[in-house]
Design a protein around this ligand. Sequence first.
Ligand SMILES: Nc1ncnc2c1ncn2[C@@H]1O[C@H](COP(=O)(O)OP(=O)(O)OP(=O)(O)O)[C@@H](O)[C@H]1O
Ligand SMILES: [Mg+2]
Length: 306
Amino acid sequence: MTDMTASDLRATRDRVAARLVGRERELDLVLSAVAAGRDIVLEGPPGTSKTTILKAITAEWGIPLVFVEGNADLTPAKLVGHHNPARVLREDYSADNFVAGPLVEAMSEGGFLYIEEFNRAPEDTLNTLLTAMADRSIAVPRVGTIDAKPTFRVIASMNPYDNVGTTRLSTSVHDRLNRLAIGYQDAEAEVAVVVLRTGAAGPLESRLTDDAVAVTRATREHDDVRQGSSVRGAIDLVLVARELAQLRDVSTSDDAGYSELVFDAMIVALSGRIHLDEAAETTPERVLREIWEDHFVLRPAAAEPG
Ligand SMILES: Nc1ncnc2c1ncn2[C@@H]1O[C@H](COP(=O)(O)OP(=O)(O)OP(=O)(O)O)[C@@H](O)[C@H]1O
Ligand SMILES: [Mg+2]
């Protein structure tokens, strides 16, 4: 919002920050870019707070956050919108029977268009998007020119590890966008995220949260893994293990039962979230077994409560 005073912007930042664990620097930078009226690419692996930050900013500004997933099927027509075919047959083309796509919706409502994995979108779609960004308006055949409201922004995201089905973005695309790389948070912040999302409480769940974060982070370091699990895996691990602990009546004093329970919950919560190197001759389950052994058998001190 270009007419914001410094204290407005600071107040927005402080209220948004209250909805997030950490990420102060990323929030300041994203907020500065959008307050400056600029569009930006957020580059980072899945589960690194991108949506959480954008939801909090748009909620604070009272504007919509319009999602669209970038993939090969995202044609310019899907991004912009189309005329309802049945109504066109009855009434002929008119502005009235135009169904706005996400781009036109975001422009006319002054929302953020959040285009995830935008490097997967076809080149002609990217061109449509870049033109709308540059002009802040779009000419739609048989509808007319739609001007963007002042709060319209394009936020794109891309995953740096993603190399299948992606368009090599030309330097002219990059030259039109701001960019911020976002990585994983530290273990302490991830523990706080897991506690916030699961409501983990008590000695068993506190130990479980620490272990869940540690083994999830280890999936990102393992030699055979191209991309490990985000904090989403740790959140699910705690939720699954909590139920399993009840089913099996496991308590903190039962060390063997506890570590077995964590392993079983790891299989459910993490095996689908680790993507192996193409050359690796192993399975997600074997990788998880190694991580588990390293954490609970070889370095049991790390698994001590507290
Ligand atoms: N800093 C944070 N504060 C609070 N919750 C967070 C934070 N980071 C992540 N989370 C939680 O972790 C999960 C994943 O975060 P989020 O959806 O923001 O990731 P993302 O970067 O948008 O991922 P993707 O690229 O896969 O869309 C959500 O459940 C979210 O609530
Ligand atoms: Mg997201």
